[in-house]
Design a protein around this ligand. Structure first.
Ligand code: HEC
Length: 114
């Protein structure tokens, strides 16, 4: 009797292993994508906001410029960042940023400006 061994026997096993590896990679990517980035206002500020707010008004750290805006409240300011305001484009021109990212960056900006 001949055994039907031609490599195909292992194909389901191989596919299963590759599937598991793929699922693992997706899970790790999701963790990296939403984990530290979502909460790290400093990092998001540096990447998405500093290009303007380090050099143009209202500048980070300029208490006089930020005081009247801070009075609008965090919610209103986050809403401005999401919708855009004046020369600031919606989501700071960075549509991949989530509301949580924009909020964290706004909190960071305000914390250093009062
Ligand atoms: C292209 C330049 C630019 C970028 C990038 C930018 N801003 Fe702004 N931002 C501005 C300008 C200009 C204003 C003033 C808008 C006005 O009052 O007319 C402003 C205003 C604001 C305000 C005050 C809003 C209000 O209602 O008064 C907040 C808060 C703010 N920015 C946060 C951020 C955050 C957080 C980021 C990054 C995620 C960011 N900005 C990125 C240019 C920029």
């Amino acid at each position: 009797m001949r055994l039907a061994y031609d490599g195909y026997l292992f194909r389901p096993l191989l596919e299963d292993t590759m599937m598991r590896a793929a699922v693992g990679i997706v899970a790790i990517a999701a963790l990296l994508g939403t984990g530290p980035a979502a909460a790290d206002g400093k990092d998001i500020y540096a990447r998405a906001c500093a290009v303007c707010h380090n050099t143009l008004p209202p500048k980070i750290g300029d208490k006089a410029a930020w005081e009247p805006r801070a009075k609008l409240g965090l919610e209103a300011l986050v809403a401005s960042v999401i919708k855009g305001k004046g020369a600031m484009p919606p989501k700071a021109g960075n549509p991949v940023l989530s509301e949580a990212d924009l909020r964290a960056a706004t909190e960071y900006l305000l914390a250093l400006s009062r």
